[in-house]
Design a protein around this ligand. Structure first.
Ligand SMILES: *Cc1c(COP(=O)(O)O)cnc(C)c1O
Length: 396
């Protein structure tokens, strides 16, 4: 049997210029973001300014993780304990986890068969829950109709917080993902689009929100040492009102992210070439239904999803096994027990149980695969062939 021998969790090495920058930070001994010499900007502040400019937002705050960026964003938007927060029924655990951590109550919204938020269901849920917040997860890079979403939320005065963990560098009708809502959250954790092990950003155009977020991140009274923060006056209220959640990014991570940011747009193109190679290979198989990418979306293809809607659960399990035997690591979302990570709302017992039949039906035959840049285009073509073989074997 033909087998793929690469690793689905192997990212590219950190480039020499980023390693040099990290070594310089280590030699200085000054790893804390505020541990600066007089007149020095520091790696974290420089990264914040560069990310703000790249994203095209007014403000940027670097933090310890994407999950912390979300928690800080929710607090900075004025969430109070017990408040309802609408979010996608299909997302990853940091999303409902962040809502829970800040005392919110997750209200789950159905997704459609292309993994995008179901906007009709959103409208219903806004009126039935009276929620004032939507934490929109662009799960696996699939963006819903952002103009319609913003019309719905603006009309209902629902604050939109965008979770862009999978859309860093993606666009909707030419606008970068993250520039639609009130605030956007990004992750630089190893499996996202930049790799500092752990890390994240929050971006916004709202000066007071940025000030609250900065104090929440643990800036003490050193907020003037930020690279892309608001003016001193904007901190007048926030500086004493906001609790310190100690979620600062450090200089070492910032040092390795700055060279990666310079390559990010190129890397999105490289991901998309890999995505297209796998997708082209899967198309035409009578059982495999790829996810539809809308015309308006500039996707960032760091992973790929497909559905096998004709298959039952046993056949789906057989596909997983047949792919694994060929060295292809697929994730299936229909299993009763979570494997590797949780994305099923049934696994989040801290969220009150909710009835989401359409999401459940989609997830029952949904498969997912990482596409690290360490794969070549030939690897991707081979992987697609092996998936076709696995599906044909499991469901002849
Ligand atoms: C990874 C991820 C996050 C945040 O992740 P951290 O590991 O906390 O940086 C948020 N949302 C989604 C959908 C993610 O996949």
């Amino acid at each position: 049997m033909r087998r793929f021998t690469g690793s689905f969790t192997q990212q590219e090495a950190i480039a020499p210029d980023a390693i040099d920058a990290a070594v310089a930070v280590l030699k200085s001994g000054r790893l804390h973001r505020y541990n600066l010499n007089p007149g020095e900007t520091g790696e974290v502040a420089a990264l914040e300014a560069e990310y703000r400019d790249w994203q095209g937002s007014s403000y940027c705050l670097a933090v310890t993780s994407g999950g912390q960026a979300i928690q800080i964003a929710l607090r900075a938007c004025g969430l109070r304990p017990g408040d309802a927060v609408l979010t996608n029924a299909f997302t990853l655990a940091p999303v409902p986890g962040a809502i829970q951590a800040v005392g919110g109550r997750a209200v789950l919204v159905e997704i459609d068969q292309n993994l995008r938020l179901d906007l009709d269901h959103l409208e219903q849920k806004i009126s039935s829950s009276r929620a004032r917040f939507l934490l929109l997860s662009h799960m696996r890079g699939h963006q819903c109709d952002m103009e319609r979403l913003m019309r719905i939320c603006d009309a209902a005065q629902v604050t939109v917080i965008e979770d862009c963990a999978h859309t860093m560098g993606a666009r909707w009708n030419g606008t970068r993902s993250g520039n639609f809502g009130k605030v956007a959250c990004f992750s630089t954790q190893t499996y996202k689009h930049m790799n500092s092990g752990e890390g994240g950003f929050l971006t916004t155009n709202d000066a007071e929100l940025a000030a609250r977020a900065t104090i929440l991140s643990g800036s003490y009274m050193l907020y003037a040492r930020h690279g892309a923060g608001p003016e001193e006056d904007d901190f007048a209220q926030a500086r004493l009102d906001m609790p310190n959640c100690s979620a600062r990014m450090d200089a070492l991570r910032a040092a390795i992210l700055r060279p990666q940011l310079a390559r990010l747009d190129d890397n999105i193109l490289r991901w998309n070439a890999r995505y297209q190679a796998v997708e082209a290979g899967l198309r035409g198989h009578n059982r495999i239904v790829p996810i539809d990418l809308p015309e308006a979306e500039y996707h960032a293809g760091s992973s790929i999803q497909f559905r096998l809607p004709d298959l039952d659960a046993d056949q789906c399990r057989a596909v997983l096994a047949a792919a694994a035997a060929r060295g292809v690591e697929l994730k299936w979302f229909g299993g009763a027990e979570p494997v590797g990570f949780t994305s099923s709302h049934h696994s989040w017992r801290y969220v009150s149980p909710q009835n989401l039949p359409r999401t459940d039906a989609v997830m029952a035959t949904l498969f997912d695969m990482r596409l690290p840049l360490s794969f070549s285009l030939q690897d991707c073509a081979l992987i697609a062939e092996l998936i076709r073989e696995a599906v044909s074997e499991a469901a002849p």
